[in-house]
Design a protein around this ligand. Structure first.
Ligand SMILES: [Zn+2]
Length: 367
């Protein structure tokens, strides 16, 4: 019995020792298996670590990105100015300039090009003069470069004398600081353009209401190919001629039917003023007088000079009586044309907008 017990104990001992040895062997076998692949650097990062120690390390980084939630607000601030800036830049320049009610301080300067510029140091034309009256006062477009105001003060009595009219009726000039206009014109932006109506000034001072409601007279016939004999008079020729004869006048724009009539009547006289009178769209109830760039306006861009001929050739006129001009096919644009922004104007026009108003300026429309 004892022998059996001893034998059993021995067996148990052997089994225990064997198991231990196997276990150890397994451990040893596993350990190298771990250590061997470990050397490649990625090891701790991927297979082995996940369950244990590296886990926190691995988890930590993934946890951190969420922390960027804190960094999310960071991109936001730049976004705000980024959105505000383009918005400011995209504001149509006509909105900015038409909201300026007074001219700038500083030396008078026409800046840029007639359809793309602005006016510094603008001055108003008195709305009622001995031989002129300004119309549509609500538009606040009785401003110009001083050379334009001087021209009108000189031209009005000359035109009155040449036509026998009491005086002239003046339409749009420029806004106090020039710039694009919200309606009515592409040009008139640098204080050197003025519209003057094809009608004599009445013999009384017009009220504000009359200046708003009176309309200019159309002197072109309904077919747009001839003048209208019911409204056209020889005085209109004298009126246009006196304007074009002034040396500071760069050109005078009229409807093509009017230019054609001038060519017919003034044929063979070969007057140089005829070259300055050019056909243009509209202009059937007013002339548009444009002055050349004045002295002291280095940023005023000159218009290419008118061709030397009188502009009466078929080549010069036929286009204006073609179907595409008289009966244009009106296409609906897919999107409205882009309005001019400050970026489209000379850089100096931003300074003109920012400049302080001329103190002591009067509101001519209040006269
Ligand atoms: Zn005009």
């Amino acid at each position: 019995m004892l022998t059996r017990i001893v034998a059993l104990a021995g067996l148990a001992l052997l089994l225990f020792a064997g198991t231990f040895a196997v276990a150890q062997h397994i451990n040893i076998a596993q350990a190298p298996a771990v250590t061997e692949p470990v050397p490649p650097a990625p090891q701790p990062a991927e297979p082995v670590p996940p369950p244990e120690t590296p886990a926190p390390v691995v988890i930590a980084p993934p946890e951190q990105p969420p922390a960027p939630v804190v960094t999310v607000p960071a991109p936001m601030p730049p976004e705000k100015p980024a959105m505000a800036e383009p918005k400011k830049d995209e504001t149509p320049a006509k909105i900015l300039f038409s909201s300026e009610k007074l001219p700038t301080l500083g030396k008078a300067m026409a800046i840029g090009y007639y359809p793309r510029g602005c006016l510094q140091g603008g001055v108003p034309l008195p709305v009622t003069g001995p031989t002129w009256q300004v119309m549509r006062l609500s538009r606040n477009r009785m401003w110009g470069h001083p050379s334009l105001v001087r021209f009108l003060e000189k031209f009005a009595p000359l035109a009155a004398k040449a036509t026998g009219w009491k005086g002239i009726m003046i339409g749009d000039m420029a806004q106090p600081r020039g710039g694009p206009l919200p309606f009515g014109h592409m040009s008139h932006q640098i204080g050197l353009d003025v519209d003057i109506w094809f009608m004599p000034m009445p013999d009384h001072v017009l009220s504000k209401e009359e200046r708003e409601n009176t309309s200019a007279i159309n002197v072109v016939a309904d077919d747009w190919k001839h003048i209208n004999p019911a409204t056209w008079t020889p005085q209109h020729i004298a009126f246009i001629k006196v304007a074009a004869e002034q040396p500071e006048v760069e050109r005078v724009l009229v409807n093509a039917a009017i230019k054609q009539e001038l060519c017919r009547v003034e044929d063979k006289k070969n007057d140089s003023w005829m070259a300055k009178v050019r056909p243009w769209y509209g202009h059937h109830d007013h002339i548009h007088v444009r002055l050349e760039c004045p002295e002291g306006s280095p940023n005023c861009r000159k218009q290419p000079p008118v061709p030397g001929d009188d502009g009466c050739s078929a080549k010069a006129l036929d286009y204006w009586f073609s179907d595409k001009v008289l009966h244009p096919v009106i296409k609906t644009p897919s999107k409205p044309p882009k309005a001019l922004t400050l970026a489209d104007l000379p850089p100096a026009c931003k300074s003109v907008l920012d400049a302080p108003a001329k103190t002591g300026s009067i509101d001519p429309s209040a006269q």
